[in-house]
Write a protein that binds this ligand. Structure first.
Ligand code: UDP
Length: 327
């Protein structure tokens, strides 16, 4: 297929781009580089542009004879969304509607969308199935939920075929070490811990050890970035015009903050000093996917089945790119 990867210069998008190419698809990347990295995109594939520039998107969709769009171009920092919701509604909702309308204009009707576990809020039942009531607790989660609703409405009215993939915690890097995670500022647990191992930070602050979990720290479902990407390729094959599917992308396995830090010590051989901090606002104690639907519907299995194998790939990237991509 000819696939337009919107936001393909970002962490998750750039990994999906490699997997699409590996699988024989023809790929173009559309990105405004506001948060992504040109160096994360293979030579010659980048079209630099904004989602607000509808004529440019329509032209790209038509000229490149695009069959399907994968959309990774969103902001994803919970705190930032609380402090500047306008930025999030503009970038994550309005820009996505622009993209969808450009697609309808160019008669491109296949769409894979990056959604999130943040649409569930703080669910009481773990593991979290797709049927769980979606009650976001921050603007970021709401922006993704609004788009999920728009997708359902576009499917019913205009024949869009879509998959909304609800990510749990994406982690790790392409195993060959060529691309990886580079956010500024970095807020995610694993890269921050590895920055301590690189000597770039003095310690990791654990955001609370008084949660109702076995070791008192929060539990998350860390999924390798290439397993996540592989699910996008599987979803692409399953798209049916006029229909949509919402699928969790997680492993079904929970890992605590303490277990992640210990595993990073094992992988890096660095003592990784830690200090105990306060709880971070809005952090649910446990978020673990019920991953049955992804397996059954997408026929997809994870290849990285323990946190150590995920962290090894992240460490491989961070060691070889201590300051990330060339700026
Ligand atoms: N965390 C932490 N210290 C940090 C960053 C994160 O203790 O410096 C914890 C955070 O409270 C959460 C887990 O690590 O329980 C994963 O956080 P991250 O920001 O990576 O992903 P999230 O689950 O928030 O999407």
């Amino acid at each position: 297929m000819n696939v337009l990867v919107v936001g393909g210069a970002g962490y998750i998008g750039s990994h999906a781009v490699r997997l699409l190419i590996d699988a024989g698809h023809t790929v173009r990347v559309y990105d405004n580089l506001s948060r992504g990295h040109a160096a994360a995109v293979p030579d010659g594939l980048l079209i630099q542009g904004d989602l607000a520039d509808r004529p440019k998107i329509v032209k790209t969709l038509k000229e490149e004879k695009i069959d399907a769009v994968m959309h990774f171009a969103a902001f994803a920092l919970v705190n930032e969304s609380v402090n500047d919701p306008a930025l999030y509604y503009r970038n994550n909702v309005i820009a996505t509607i622009e993209l969808l309308d450009a697609m309808m204009e160019a008669d491109v009707k296949k769409f894979v969308f990056s959604s999130t576990t943040a649409t569930y809020g703080e669910p009481e039942i773990i593991p979290i199935a797709e049927t769980t009531l979606q009650q976001p607790i921050n603007p970021y989660g709401f922006t993704k939920l609004v788009v999920e609703q728009a997708l359902a409405d576009y499917a019913a009215a205009y024949g869009l075929g879509y998959a909304a993939l609800r990510y749990f915690n994406a982690a790790g890097a392409r195993p060959d070490g060529t691309i990886g995670e580079d956010h500024d500022p970095e807020s995610h647990l694993i890269p921050i811990v590895l920055q301590v191992a690189l000597g770039q930070r003095e310690h990791i602050t654990v955001f609370g050890d008084d949660y109702p979990t076995p070791d008192g720290t929060c539990i998350r479902d860390y999924i390798h970035i290439d397993d996540l990407g592989a699910a996008h390729l599987a979803a692409l094959e399953k798209l049916e015009l006029g229909k949509g599917i919402c699928v969790n992308l997680g492993t079904g396995r929970g890992t605590s903050v303490r277990q992640i830090i210990d595993t990073c010590r094992e992988v890096t051989g660095h003592p990784i000093p830690e200090v105990m901090g306060k709880r971070r606002e809005g952090d649910p104690p446990e978020l673990v996917a019920d991953a049955k639907l992804a397996k059954e519907f997408l026929g997809w299995e994870t290849k990285y089945n323990d946190p150590k194998s995920i962290i090894e790939t992240a460490w491989n990237w961070h060691k070889s790119h201590p300051t990330g991509y060339p700026k």
